[in-house]
Design a protein around this ligand. Structure first.
Ligand code: NAG
Ligand code: NAG
Length: 400
């Protein structure tokens, strides 16, 4: 009995030590504790996902979704919903897509129209939802005095690409066409999103730029966006791929869950073996590595792809916006990009900001030297995340 109890204690202590020994780089300054906690949460969720899948409890992505969702929801319950004061929050359906609409109840001058913002939440197209993003969307609506539409796009791997993209386009178009019903000035509508939501926001912006008869976006604001799946050995993937706030292997898994839900290609993708030599020397590789010499302009239709389900999507801007041709970037709305140093996706955002700038788009790029992936969601709890939120809102106030 005593021996059993002692063994249990040792096992629990070992587990605790294993989990609490979460490495956090020195450079992550003030939100250090949060980086640690965030890392522990994701590592735990990931391990439970793998064990659960092995035991037949569910699939890894479903378990990660449930564990992360449950933990965040506990935090939200403790917070209460007072942050919604001053807003009317309604669940609605825009062209068959679930959305949550946040409307300020006291517009600056009654009768005057307000700006609008479509918001696409992060979570690797797989986890998180409008509920977990409720405080963030409400905060943006309140601070901007704008109507915010948070889109509940259908997620992977139950719904593969292009479902999340199609849902985002449908809901956004509906909002653009029905702005007046929400007292929104149709000349002052923007789109924004973080991480996988930044991917969707950029993709929707590219797609709608080609559609006639719709109001134009006033701006797109991309927060540490995921933009390319052609090269997993950019310097940021190499330097920060081990950080549990978003590891390289998890990012690759998210891409695969969205692309084809076949994780047998995990190692192939991580090694950049999912592209042919021809693709590696094409303009598409050059979009990620601007220093690359001897880039050969190839036509997508003529390219041979490795034998991987859906693989051609990696060059499709609806899937990976950084793959858009220069001509498609010209004329896009003024763009805000936020990147963090401690993030495998840093270079995705940096490259897109550079390419947009070269294409003549007005770009505001905020880079956070101590920031890490996902930190903006903690804008209430950490000063540096609060500052990042403030800068983002200031940009939107001036450009929406
Ligand atoms: C990936 O991009 C980096 C620069 O960001 C470059 O050095 C490397 O050669 C690229 N790899 C491939 C396979 O394109
Ligand atoms: C990647 O391709 C190289 C060259 O073809 C090969 O040697 C290597 O084993 C491959 N690695 C993976 C993980 O597929």
């Amino acid at each position: 009995m005593v021996l059993k109890a002692a063994l249990m204690c040792v096992a629990v202590a070992a587990l605790l030590a294993y989990y609490c020994n979460e490495p956090v780089p020195q450079g992550i300054a003030e939100p250090r504790l949060f980086a640690k906690v965030n890392g522990i949460v994701f590592r735990t969720a990931q391990n439970l996902g793998r064990i659960g899948e092995y035991l037949g409890v569910g699939t890894e992505p479903q378990i990660i979704r449930s564990v992360v969702g449950a933990l965040i929801n506990i935090g939200l319950k403790l917070k209460g919903t007072s942050y919604r004061e001053g807003l009317k929050c309604t669940d609605a359906m825009f062209d068959g897509v679930n959305v949550r609409v946040y409307e300020p109840t006291s517009p600056a001058q009654s009768g005057s129209k307000v700006p609008g913002l479509v918001y696409l939440h992060g979570g690797g197209w797989v986890i998180l939802d409008v509920d977990t993003y409720d405080p963030l969307a409400a905060h943006i609506a309140k601070q901007l005095g704008a109507v915010v539409v948070s889109v509940d796009y259908r997620r992977a791997p139950e719904h593969l690409f292009p479902t999340a993209f199609d849902d985002s386009v449908a809901a956004t178009k509906f909002f653009l066409q029905n702005a007046e019903k929400y007292n929104v000035d149709r000349t002052r509508i923007g789109i924004s999103g973080d991480s996988a939501g930044g991917n969707l926001a950029a993709a929707v912006t590219l797609a709608l730029a080609k559609e006639k008869g719709l109001p134009k976006f006033k701006t797109q604001a991309l927060i540490y966006p995921v933009l390319q799946a052609i090269n997993f050995t950019t310097p940021s993937y190499i330097n920060h791929g081990h950080l549990n706030t978003l590891t390289k292997d998890k990012m690759v898994s998210f891409w695969l869950w969205y692309l084809n839900n076949d994780l047998s290609f995990q190692k192939v993708f991580e090694a950049n073996n999912h592209t042919s030599v021809e693709i590696k020397k094409s303009q598409y590789a050059g979009y990620v590595d601007p220093e690359m010499v001897g880039v050969k302009k190839v036509k997508k239709g003529n390219l041979k792809f490795p034998d991987i389900p859906n693989i051609a999507a990696i060059l499709d801007p609806r899937f990976a916006p950084l793959m858009a041709d220069d001509a498609d970037l010209k004329g896009l709305p003024p763009t805000y990009v936020m990147t963090c140093e401690y993030d495998v996706l840093r270079d995705d955002g940096v490259m897109y900001a550079k390419r947009l700038g070269k294409a003549g788009v007005k770009v505001n790029h905020d880079h956070y030297q101590h920031g890490f992936h996902g930190f903006l969601n903690m804008f209430h709890d950490y000063e540096s995340a609060g500052t990042a939120m403030q800068n983002y809102l200031t940009y939107l106030k001036n450009n929406l």
